[in-house]
Design a binder for this molecule. Sequence first.
Ligand code: ADP
Ligand code: MG
Length: 277
Amino acid sequence: MNLAQDAAMQASAQAALSAQPPLQQQPQPQSQSQSQKPVVELKDVHKSFGSNQVLKGVSFAIPRGQVVAIIGKSGSGKSTALRCIDRLEIIDSGTIHVCGHAVHDPAIDLRQLRQDVGIVFQSYNLFPHLTVEQNITLAPKAVKNMPTAKAREIAARTLQQVGLADKAQAYPEQLSGGQQQRVAIARSLAMEPQVMLFDEVTSALDPQLTGEVLRVIEALAQGGMTMVLVTHEMEFAARVADTIIYMHEGKVWETGPGAMLKNPQTAELRDFLSHGL
Ligand SMILES: Nc1ncnc2c1ncn2[C@@H]1O[C@H](COP(=O)(O)OP(=O)(O)O)[C@@H](O)[C@H]1O
Ligand SMILES: [Mg+2]
């Protein structure tokens, strides 16, 4: 099991086991300036693992409803940057704000943060002994204390969104990899997050199954979901993302709209695009 899988399992298990009373959802009046604040904002983020400096001053901001695709070579720090947004990694310096939460602050309420942020990994980590519906309703019931009937309604709606309305009673092993990944996306959506993070969610899938997952993500983008996609699907990134971030050696090396992939400004991005991964 890799670290991402481990973290996802822990997050699910935590959600399932959480015995704390639900926090009151306070309706928050949004001032004009608040609603215009970026949903995600990283400023000069540094992160090392031991002597390995992985993020060397990463800054970017994502306005509400926009999609950012992060591309770059393996080891350039893409997953680490994504994981820092959800505080699965704790940064050394800099600031991260997500939906009004100061993620760099040790006093952050993780439970609140994780309700606003959905994250989907390459490995889907569905519980094999639970039906699709049970996998999806688990966290809303445990974390939000949602009544079963309401959770099932939300499961039905999110399964519809990912094109699997007829699979609520199936078990994960009865589904293809692409279908399981779409259930994992539905599971995240059921928490009604304000931002979704996707870390190479199609890397383990063959091309046909990749297509069906990418279509779901594209529909979410069209529906106005704020998203960060770490992806190797360049055409997809160019089409769906409002902004592409090319990461190289722990830095935002080049950034721009999808068209930037047709006209790279740096030798490194040119090289990456011509040699692939
Ligand atoms: N939990 C960790 N512990 C130690 N090193 C890590 C950890 N996570 C990532 N790294 C290292 O950080 C670097 C960047 O990794 P990562 O963010 O996964 O890159 P990418 O997603 O672009 O392939 C790599 O050298 C990787 O080995
Ligand atoms: Mg990665």
